[in-house]
Design a protein around this ligand. Structure first.
Ligand code: HXC
Length: 289
């Protein structure tokens, strides 16, 4: 499938679905206009979504976000997929929400129509999502990356919240997630000036966990996804829930939730298998139960 799909074409996805007999997860008619989707990794257990609107530097128009959500749903429901990677092009992860689409919107339309309410889907996926960011991650693009669980950046990546230069402010979590990730001073500076930070500065500030050569970035993100996918999907989701609770709950409540989830792992086959495999000095064979 990897060879067949190297070109990421829509027809190719269709062909792969048929040739691989993948009846679950992908609908044979899945044809995306703004994204390219395939499964990667030795065991085809990492879902890769590439934002593919090059003429607009992957500006996140409504159609693109709708397709992204559909692809996430598909991977979320695919029992073989244990992690998801979202990437863009070498020039742009995403240059933000589509300014041309927003230009003439009124307050009444935004407020009444709950504008951008469907942008949150990435942050509610149970499976781990890795953003592989090359080039620009600006405005909604930076916010999309921050909705993911892990951010890897190519050496030339640039992160920014330039909404202030357009007379608006971040609207998809930028003021909240950025502040939690990099602290008040840098978040304020980025949000109030619109200045961008480099991949290396983003790494130093804690926004990204790894900086890679541009041409190695996606492969590195897939390797990370494969490592995650080799663990129990059930337990991975619990671990993700526990880490995410650190952003929502006071310490006592977060620790309480963690303890409950930890205890819950003892109701699973995979916890038993993991510890038994260690004691028997053999590889684990997780069943996601
Ligand atoms: C719509 C965009 C776009 C965007 C780029 N394009 N960003 N279209 N929305 N966010 C389009 C340009 O109009 C142009 O198409 C083409 O992509 C190439 O862009 P250029 O500007 O010619 O490229 P370059 O000179 O290389 O500059 C790259 C850039 C610049 C620095 C990234 O494009 C830029 O500043 N873009 C806007 C970044 C931004 O402000 N993002 C925040 C958006 S607001 P045409 O056809 O015109 O030549 C936002 C709010 C989020 O995200 C709120 C919650 C979701």
């Amino acid at each position: 499938m990897a060879t067949l799909c190297r070109g990421f074409s829509r027809i190719c996805l269709h062909k792969c679905v048929i040739q691989q007999g993948l009846h679950r997860g992908y609908s044979a008619g899945a044809a995306y206009q703004y994204i390219l989707v395939e499964k990667k990794g030795k065991y085809q257990n990492v879902g890769l979504i590439q934002l593919n609107r090059p003429k607009a530097l992957n500006a996140l128009c409504d159609g693109l976000m709708t397709e992204l959500n559909q692809a996430l749903e598909t991977f979320e429901g695919d029992p073989h997929v244990g992690a998801i990677v979202i990437t863009g092009s070498e020039k742009a992860f995403a240059a933000g929400a589509d300014i041309k689409e927003m230009q003439n919107r009124t307050f009444q339309e935004c407020y009444g129509g709950s504008f951008l309410s469907h942008w949150n889907r990435v942050s509610t996926v149970k499976k781990p999502v890795i953003a592989a960011v090359n080039g620009y991650a600006l405005g909604g693009g930076c916010e999309l990356a921050m909705m993911c669980d892990i951010i890897y950046a190519g050496e030339k990546a640039q992160f920014g919240q330039p909404e202030i230069l357009l007379g608006t402010i971040p609207g998809a979590g930028g003021t909240q997630r950025l502040t939690r990730a990099v602290g008040k001073s840098l978040a304020m500076e980025m949000v109030l000036t619109g200045d961008r930070v480099s991949a290396h500065d983003a790494k130093q500030a804690g926004l990204v966990s790894k900086v890679c050569p541009v041409d190695k970035l996606v492969d590195e993100a897939i390797i990370c996804g494969e490592k995650i996918a080799s663990n129990s999907k059930l337990i991975v989701s619990m671990a993700k829930e526990a880490v995410n609770a650190a952003f929502e709950l006071p310490l006592t409540e977060g620790n309480r939730l963690e303890k409950r989830l930890f205890h819950s792992t003892f109701a699973t086959d995979d916890r038993k298998e993991g510890m038994t495999a260690f004691v028997e000095k053999r590889k684990t064979n997780f069943t996601d139960n």
